[in-house]
Structures are given as C-alpha cells and as structure tokens.
Design a binder for this molecule. Sequence first.
Ligand SMILES: Nc1ncnc2c1ncn2[C@@H]1O[C@H](COP(=O)(O)OP(=O)(O)OP(=O)(O)O)[C@@H](O)[C@H]1O
Ligand SMILES: [Mg+2]
Length: 306
Amino acid sequence: MAERIQAIVAVDANVDQSQLRAALPEDAGIDVIGVIDGLEESWQTLQETSPDIVVVACSGYSDRALYFIDSAVKQASQRPVVVLTVGSPNGFVRRVFESGADDIVTLPESAERVAFTLMKAIARRQGAAIASGEALGAMICVLGPKEGTGKTLTATNLVVALAARGERAIIVDLDLQFGDVGLALGLRPDKTVYDLARSGGSLDAEKLDAYLVSHSSGAKALLAPTRPDQASAVSVDFLRDVFTTLRTMSEFVIVDTPPGFTPEVIAAIDSSSHTCMVGMLDSLSLKNTKLGLETLDLMGYDPARI
Ligand SMILES: Nc1ncnc2c1ncn2[C@@H]1O[C@H](COP(=O)(O)OP(=O)(O)OP(=O)(O)O)[C@@H](O)[C@H]1O
Ligand SMILES: [Mg+2]
C-alpha cells in the first residue's frame, strides 16, 4: 500500500479549468497524477494506470459523465469515484450515486474541502474492505519442523527488512516457551503476549498495539512470555483473535514458530496468507522438511502460498 494517495481527474467537456484547478488538492497526502481532458482520453489513461481514486469533473447534467462513472466502478469496484460538478441540475445527483459514485462536490469549493471528501471516500472503502476481510495484511508463518534451522533468524530479518522498506510490519513470537525474538532483535520484554492474555476484556487494535514492543527499524513485536510456565496462559482461541486483529493493523504479520506442528502453530497456519518453510541440507533436516510440507498438504494448504 502506497502511503500517498494517487488520484486521476477525468474532465468532461465545458468544465471551467480555473475553477477546477482551484479545487484540486495540492498536498494533504494526495497526488494528482493526471488531469485528463475528455472522458474518452481519461478512459484510455485508466486502462494504463492504477490510481487509488478517480475524480470526475463535469458541468451540468452529463450522460457522458454518468456512463464514465458506471464504467470506472465496474472496472475496479474497490476504487472510489468522486464527482466534482458545476451546478447540480435536477436528478443529476441521484443519477451520480446510482452510477456508483461515492460522493459529489459542487464547485466552487476549496481544495481542502475536496481533499477531505477524497480521503473520506477512500477511508470508507478501506473500512468496508476490512470488514469483509479483503484488506487484511499478509501473514507469513515461518515454519521449520526441526530445531535450530534458522526460523528465528529468517523471521526477524524478514520483519526488519519489510519495516525498513516502509511497510507496517509486526512479528509475533509463537515459540511460547523458549521464544527468542526479543533477544534476536535486542528488545526488552517489558510487555509480552502473556501480559496481553492476562489483561482480559475484549481485544481490539488499540489495545493490542499497547502490548507491542517497537524496534528501531519501525517493526513491532509481540514477544513471547518471559518464562516457560507462562505459556499455558495463552490459549489457541485467543491467538486466533490476535492474528486477525494484527492483520487489520499492518501490511505484514510475520510469525516465528517453535519446531513442530503444535496447536498454536496449526492455528497460525490456518490464519496465515503464506508460509515459509525453513530447512537445511542435512538428511535429518530434509526428512523433517519433507514431512512438514506433506503435513501442509494434508491440511489442504494451497501449495502456491508456501
Ligand atoms: N544461514 C545461517 N548461517 C549462519 N548461521 C545461521 C544461519 N541460520 C541460522 N543460523 C544460526 O543458527 C542458530 C539457530 O538459528 P535460529 O535461532 O534462527 O533457529 P530456529 O529455527 O529459530 O531455532 P529454534 O527451533 O530453536 O527456535 C542461531 O545461532 C543462528 O544465528
Ligand atoms: Mg527460533
């Protein structure tokens, strides 16, 4: 997900250019990557680019604009469309919404106000996508059925590399008894998944965030309990909730696991979008890696996501 929003403005005939320019956001996190004269030309551009939002500028009642909105919505139903119009003749506003547009602004209007409307349209779409499960971040479960194959090494380096690239990335230490993600990343376990599990009450993103420890790369970590006897306080059902909530909070959730298919590990695999199997080339490790891959197969895990 890009941090800044990219917008394309499709301009119908007879639109007052100076009025339109004055209404287009200058900054506010939105980049106008193209202002295209003519809806046919705009349609061409839409085939070649993938903006986050489409703005349609028109003047008075325009069937062309309605047709364009309808086509743009059909092309990418997740991408919001906002209409800027000069004058809103009878029936036009209703038709605009019927065509699938998210919002309509009557010009003249300040660039700030328009930027706000665009942001609102995007936020609403994202909210709807999260509610329907589509905007969940990727969750990569790092597996290795044998001890000491480099799972923690892989998982910690992965989360740091993603964070350094500007992604929101969170690592979960699922080695509940002997987790060493904190040690590997040089983080103090001031708060761990044990504290979170003991806190009671319902789980939401804000609460979960308070139990994450931050790394200098920008990565965040949900650390393992500090003592093995605390592991039993963390139930599998609780972990399932944690995984889902974390995926709404970030682009990537990386899970470091203990060796073997423990119930927590199976729950993590179930909740994940991808798995990464770490093995070594000695025969013992190869045998276990093969068994691990066969187990994923038995679980019905899509091989394309391994
Ligand atoms: N590719 C590698 N090259 C050199 N050293 C490695 C490599 N992978 C792992 N190591 C080292 O091997 C040790 C074990 O690695 P790591 O802790 O990542 O394994 P693990 O699979 O998480 O082990 P466990 O099953 O005990 O959690 C560490 O000291 C790590 O630095
Ligand atoms: Mg480990």
